[in-house]
Design a protein around this ligand. Structure first.
Ligand code: ADP
Length: 492
């Protein structure tokens, strides 16, 4: 038996997944690592701990399954995106901890850039909005704040990387400094039009180009990892959300996946041409494959599964997230609306002054109605995003592929199909992220072809819309009305 291994380096844990020839996950190992919060709004990871946990789970996976290095066709890497590490290329020593995507310390640098009127440039050339999420201002912050870093960078002694780059560097013993197009496109330093590091952005942030990794297609022989003296090729690299899009086999323009986790991440394949959003969706590189670049729209719902956590841990009206399905099925009517705008609203509303609210309460409203309405809010918010994607891409969506923890909720998935008026498809293997990285690696090694991926795909369940267009329009109008009333809440 031959295997492909996916290393899934996430925000809270490192995982290794063993895929057999049929693309089935045969085993998974996982290890959490420390979340470091030096100050409010700051989030760091220890790069050595990232590597150690990743290495440990891989070793465990091989040992437990008695896999010899010769049995591994190749390794694919998928990773938390945007998180930034700067290290000395001679010693391999990071100059400080990794600054995680969630970290807000560079908000003032972003404000400076906005004041200079750079927003249009950034959108046109990197596809992104100016935000502290992305790697660019994190590198700038490190060079400005770590004593001696700027000089060393100018001397060509320091290099930067997102987490994929760090892992490749570690795995190749410091021989390879590289990333793939999907990860590069999340740095806000990569020009998604000419596919080079953007000189204007690098200059503006005073980042020497010598710090930047070389950028390759996502399916590419990045280097070899020696296991017991046997070289195992690293053949696929993709940022986590793009990996899920690939793992869900969204190969054609107009195909969309939605991941229902703490937040929702929706990505739509928009094909080989760059499309621009007028509603604040991000334009990003989905992957580079066969000498071609595929682009995607990306939008996110800030509060999705987090709203279910709020029911459980805040209001304490649920013991477990899974129980929400049972209560929602028992609640009659659709007259209660929960708008979980706990920290404002994202695309297409973009209102940081909005706050959460509950509408439509009557004397008989009980906890089951609140639970139902909260679950429905995940579906309504996802519809908001999907409608925006349809409008901005001009592509009509026929079905939505789903994954993530809350996609297991059958009530939610049925309501999602109902409110979209489109089919919702849940795959049997919900490890889409790891699967995407494994597929990329497997294709590079000639182990799988793209059509195999479609053929091997097994659907767990399809949800067809069951309500009438009139009913759908009425419900969605109710949601829009509720959202409207939460907007600008914090303003006088
Ligand atoms: P993340 O990767 O963001 O941690 P997961 O994909 O593991 O998220 O999903 C966990 C989230 O989904 C939690 O916020 C949880 O409240 C929610 N969740 C998990 N299972 C269900 C379910 N059956 N119904 C509704 N929400 C769920």
């Amino acid at each position: 038996m031959k295997y492909i291994i996916a290393l899934d380096q996430g925000t809270t844990s490192s995982r290794a997944v063993l895929f057999d020839e049929n693309g089935k996950p045969a085993d998974i190992t996982q290890k959490e690592f420390s979340q470091i919060f030096p100050r409010p709004g700051w989030v760091e990871h220890d790069p050595e701990e990232i590597w150690n946990t990743q290495h440990t789970v891989l070793t465990e996976l091989l040992g437990r399954n008695r896999i010899r290095p010769e049995d591994i066709v190749s390794i694919g890497i998928t990773n938390q995106r945007e998180t930034t590490i700067v290290w000395d290329k001679h010693t391999g020593q990071p100059v400080m901890n990794a600054i995680v995507w969630q970290d807000k310390r560079t908000a003032p640098i972003c404000e400076e850039m906005k004041k200079e009127g750079l927003e249009k440039y950034v959108r046109d050339n990197t596809g992104l909005v100016i935000d502290s999420y992305f790697s660019a201002t994190k590198v700038a912050w490190i060079l400005r704040n770590i004593p001696g870093a700027k000089e060393k960078a100018e001397n060509g002694d320091l290099i930067m990387g997102t987490v994929d780059t760090w892992l490749i560097w570690k795995m190749t013993g410091g021989k390879v400094h590289a990333t793939d197009y999907s990860n590069a496109s999340r740095t806000m330093l990569f020009n998604i039009r000419n596919l080079e590091w953007d000189h204007h952005m690098l200059c503006r942030l005073e980042i020497p180009e010598t710090m930047m990794p070389s950028v390759h297609p996502s399916s590419w022989h990045f280097g070899d990892y020696l296991i017991d003296g046997v070289p195992v090729p690293i053949s696929g690299v993709l940022g986590d959300q793009q990996a899920a899009l690939f793992g869900q086999a969204c190969f054609n323009p107009g195909e969309v996946k939605n991941t229902y986790g703490t937040g929702c991440f929706m990505l739509m394949n928009t094909g080989e041409e760059i499309r621009e959003s007028s509603s604040g969706l991000l334009t990003t590189i989905a992957w580079g494959l066969d000498k071609k670049i595929y682009y995607a729209f990306e939008g996110s719902v800030f509060i999705a599964g987090a709203a279910i956590q709020w029911l459980r841990d805040g209001l304490r009206i649920l013991d477990a997230a899974e129980d929400s399905e049972y209560f929602a099925e028992k609640a009659s009517g659709n007259d209660v609306f929960v708008v979980p705008a706990f920290s404002g609203l994202g695309a297409p509303y973009w209102d940081m002054y909005a706050r959460g609210a509950i509408f439509g309460l009557t004397r008989d409203t009980g906890k089951k109605h609140l639970i139902k309405a909260t679950l429905q809010s995940l579906a309504y918010q996802s519809k908001d995003l999907l409608e925006t994607m349809e409008k901005d891409s001009g592509l009509k969506i026929k079905k939505l592929k789903v994954d993530g923890g809350a996609a297991m909720n059958n009530f939610l998935m049925q309501f999602q199909a109902d409110i979209l008026g489109a089919r919702v498809e849940r795959p049997a293997i919900t490890e889409s992220t790891a699967l995407g990285a494994a597929y990329m690696a497997g294709m590079q090694s000639g182990f799988w072809k793209q059509e195999d991926i479609l053929n091997k795909r097994i659907t767990d369940r399809v949800f067809e819309p069951l309500i009438s267009p009139e009913e759908r329009n009425k419900l969605y109008a109710g949601w829009k009305k509720a959202v409207n009333r939460t907007m600008g809440w914090l303003k006088d």
